[in-house]
Design a protein around this ligand. Structure first.
Ligand SMILES: [Zn+2]
Ligand SMILES: [Zn+2]
Length: 247
């Protein structure tokens, strides 16, 4: 680990962590973290002028929303606007801290929800309690996504589970425990193949006659079949499927 990445992982600035999180996710076009009305962090590929414009937009969107009350000001809400060319979501994380994200609707909404969770009740691992709110999940085609999506909005591949970055155990996109099990039909198929192979070798050994070419071929082919069934057994038993645990 080099100095830069150690600095990044040891970062105690929660707003910097949010910036790093959003900038690493695919399907995001533009975003801005707004503190006291000014853009604090922004990306992807936008300049300061554009960031100020988006900060003003975030402030407008949030101020024009009348759902906040003085007492329940921290209540979670995402305000969104959609045009044919873009989807914009904004959230008030704290009274003076806003976040605006543009990009694919489900990705934008999930990011806003996860960042909100970071500040409030948090999204935690059901196994170890570690924080998962800013964890980045990879789909089968290597798109980087926020936790919470069960289908990749970019390529459509399913996300059945991911491994908790703290304890390594499998968690589904909704934050439930899953266990990885070998499918029962793979176990049964493997046992049948093994039994058939052992029987075949038994027959080959019993009917073995010295110097008989047929016997040698039978024995050799049954040993070959034995090796093949072992590799089938191995791959069949190695294949694991996620099974959701009941709470
Ligand atoms: Zn994908
Ligand atoms: Zn965990």
């Amino acid at each position: 680990m080099n100095v830069m990445s150690r600095l990044a992982t040891n970062s105690t600035d929660p707003l910097k962590a949010i910036n790093d999180y959003i900038s690493s996710i695919d399907g995001v076009d533009e975003y801005v973290v707004v503190l006291d009305g000014y853009p604090l962090y922004w990306g992807k590929n936008i300049d300061q002028e554009k960031a100020e414009e988006l900060a003003a937009l975030a402030t407008d969107m949030i101020n024009s929303y009348h759902g906040y009350s003085a007492t329940s000001g921290e209540e979670y809400v995402i305000i969104s606007t959609e045009t044919p060319s873009n989807y914009t979501g904004a959230a008030r994380l704290k009274p003076n801290l806003f976040l605006l994200v543009r990009g694919k609707p489900s990705i934008v909404r999930t990011i806003l929800l996860n960042v909100y969770r970071r500040f409030n009740n948090r999204l935690t691992c059901p196994w170890c309690g570690g924080d998962l709110s800013l964890h980045v999940v990879k789909c089968g085609n290597n798109h980087s996504l926020p936790v919470g999506l069960d289908t990749c909005p970019i390529c459509g591949s399913r996300i059945e589970y991911f491994k908790c970055p703290h304890c390594g155990r499998p968690v589904d996109p909704r934050g439930n425990k899953v266990v990885l099990r070998t499918p029962r039909e793979n176990i049964i198929t493997s046992l049948i193949i093994m039994a058939a192979t052992i029987a075949l070798i038994g027959i080959a050994v019993k009917t073995y006659h010295k110097l008989s070419l047929l016997s040698i071929i039978t024995l050799a082919s049954s040993i070959l079949f034995f090796a093949l069934s072992f590799s089938l057994l191995y791959s069949g038993l190695k294949k694991k499927q996620p099974v959701k645990l009941r709470k």
